[in-house]
Design a protein around this ligand. Structure first.
Ligand code: ADP
Ligand code: ADP
Ligand code: MG
Ligand code: MG
Length: 538
């Protein structure tokens, strides 16, 4: 056990203090079988956007399957066939009674964007253009294709698309349908920052006339999108409990705090704090590495990065859309690619690199693999890396059997356990749930400080980047054609430059200090754009 549970449970990082007493068996909305996963409670769709947040394995997708009519909940009655009549009776006197009645009578037309878009090519044949034209029930084809940057792939068949392209096709397909209520399960996976906000804007516009429910791990996007949020907490794979609806601000703050006041539930031992500390004054630190202007041409693609430096203990966040050379720059630092012009002299600096695309060639278990890299029995690694990343629970798994999220966590752990002066971490938050992202951000900061190393991190989750970074490098350009990278800029200058390019403004939450995106066209948004301060003005 992890020590904080009343009931014994094997799940350390995200376990809660027992199951609340009022959660009796009759509160189970769905169970996947005897001693299998149980879902307590459900979400009520409302006008606007209802956001759902919580770690993996607590039933978020199950909720969407139920509400979208893909799964009739069995109310924990495993003997009889589930039916809507039983469900309607079960929810009698609540808003969900009418919802399920309308669903049964076909008065609700749900539209559903599933979590796993990689299944799409198996069920749908033809080109992107044909598919989207077929589902265009509102005559919005041109507009949606434009916003989601799908012009260049219209003639391509679905099985020839990347993850990010498939995701945008799936979102486009959902938005084009004329439904009464829309469900989006993890819409931003695979998307870069610009695409995340384009997609968020599209969903918000949809919500002006229709009800929308969204599951999302990127807290900045979720915050921007939602009018209300539900937190789902529990023990992954065992049970999940849906919180009462909360205003987005209060709900996300409670999530970061790890404590639900209404329900009196603590689901994480430590809160995540956004200190309003000034970023580290790097000039007081020893210089670690200086590099000159860099030029690199790869096929038709040209990259130029302004020269710069990194100091000991410093974390530099790299921001920018996809296809403009962020990974290429990191590979040049890692010594995997030689630049055409310029110099990066690492001397005897040791480097540890977590590539964007992970493949670990290792015949053995996670434990054996990590043992070959560092001392996994050290209490520092145990408490700072292994446990917070939930790797203690997958120690016996074979490396070749790991899922995307598990592989990502093992790769992050192994990169950070290596002794190095410079850590290069390319897209760590991909495949991770919100809880794991918060854990990784804490670990990266700790390692930088503890080892007095320099860290470069590429990532599209801006809450994550804002939390860990001392300075920002901003990349811009045209995907596949050219990329321009800035020198590391002080946080305000870098963030300002980047947010301006994205067309969004930030304010701070007064209670937690966390960044929030101003609603487009709000007074703050217009004012900050007018004075050219896209980053916080307080
Ligand atoms: P989330 O979306 O929060 O990650 P899911 O709703 O996908 O969670 O799954 C919750 C739990 O239910 C998981 O432990 C998963 O293994 C289990 N589960 C999901 N679908 C099924 C199914 N069809 N049969 C049995 N178990 C399932
Ligand atoms: P980012 O990390 O910003 O998404 P990358 O550095 O991975 O971008 O790639 C930048 C561009 O360089 C992409 O358009 C990619 O297609 C191109 N590219 C990367 N490697 C090669 C290569 N070996 N040959 C030709 N083009 C390449
Ligand atoms: Mg899910
Ligand atoms: Mg990349």
């Amino acid at each position: 056990g992890c020590g904080i549970c009343v009931k014994r449970c094997p799940f350390g990082a995200i376990a809660i203090i027992g199951l609340p007493e009022e959660l009796t068996e009759d509160k189970i909305v769905h169970s996947y079988g005897k001693n299998r996963f149980r879902l307590y409670g459900l979400v009520v769709p409302r006008d606007g956007v209802v956001g759902i947040l919580g770690p993996n394995g607590v039933g978020k997708s199950t909720i969407l399957s139920i509400l979208s009519g893909n799964l009739i909940p069995n109310l924990n009655n495993l003997e009889e066939e589930p039916s809507y009549d039983k469900v309607i009776k079960y929810f009698s006197g609540t808003e969900l009674q009418k919802y399920f009645k309308d669903l049964k009578d076909g008065k609700i037309k749900p539209v559903y964007k599933p979590q796993y878009v990689d299944m799409l090519p198996k069920v749908v044949k033809g080109t992107v253009g044909e598919l989207l034209k077929k589902v265009d029930e509102k005559g919005m084809f041109e507009e949606v294709v434009e916003v989601l940057e799908l012009k260049n792939v219209l003639n391509r068949s679905l099985d020839k698309l990347s993850g990010g392209e498939l995701q945008r096709v799936a979102i486009a397909g959902a938005c084009l349908r004329d439904g009464t209520i829309y469900y989006f399960d993890e819409p931003t996976s695979w998307l870069d920052i610009r695409q995340r906000f384009n997609c968020a804007r599209l969903i918000r516009r949809l919500s002006e006339k229709k009800k929308v429910v969204v599951v999302e791990h990127d807290l900045i996007v979720l915050d921007y999108l939602s009018d209300l949020v539900h937190i789902v907490y529990g023990v992954p794979s065992a049970y999940g409990v849906v919180s009462h609806p909360k205003s987005t601000r209060v709900g996300i703050n409670a999530y970061l705090e790890g404590y639900l006041k209404d329900e009196n539930i603590r689901f994480r031992k430590e809160p995540v704090l956004f200190e309003r500390r000034p970023p580290m004054d790097y000039r007081e630190r020893p210089l670690l590495l200086e590099y000159s202007d860099i030029v690199k041409t790869l096929g038709d693609f040209n990259l130029r990065v302004e020269g710069g430096s990194i100091y000991r203990g410093e974390v530099i966040g790299i921001l920018g859309p996809n296809g403009i050379g962020k990974t290429t720059f990191v590979k040049i630092l890692a010594g995997e690619i030689k630049c055409d012009e310029g110099q990066v002299s690492m001397g005897d600096l040791r480097i540890s690199y977590k590539p964007q695309y992970i493949s670990i060639e290792y015949d053995g278990t996670v434990e054996e693999y990590l043992r070959s890299i560092g001392n996994i029995d050290s209490s520092f690694y145990k408490s700072e890396i292994i446990k917070p990343l939930g790797i203690d629970r997958i120690m016996d798994f074979y490396i070749e059997d790991l899922s995307g999220g598990e592989l990502q966590r093992v790769a992050i752990a192994s990169a950070l356990m290596r002794d190095a002066d410079i850590y290069l971490i390319d897209e760590p938050s991909a495949f991770l749930d919100v809880e794991q992202r918060l854990a990784v951000s804490k670990i990266i900061r700790r390692i930088g400080e503890e080892k007095e190393a320099g860290v470069f991190v590429v990532d599209h989750d801006i809450l994550f980047q804002d939390y860990i970074s001392d300075r920002f490098m901003v990349f811009s350009g045209e995907a596949g054609v050219y990329g321009r990278g800035s020198a590391p800029l002080d946080k305000r200058t870098g963030a300002n430059m980047f947010l301006k390019e994205m067309g969004i403004t930030f304010r701070r939450d007064p209670d937690t200090g966390r960044p929030r995106v101003n609603k487009e066209g709000s007074q703050m948004d217009r004012y900050q754009k007018e004075i050219g301060e896209y980053y916080y003005i307080d």
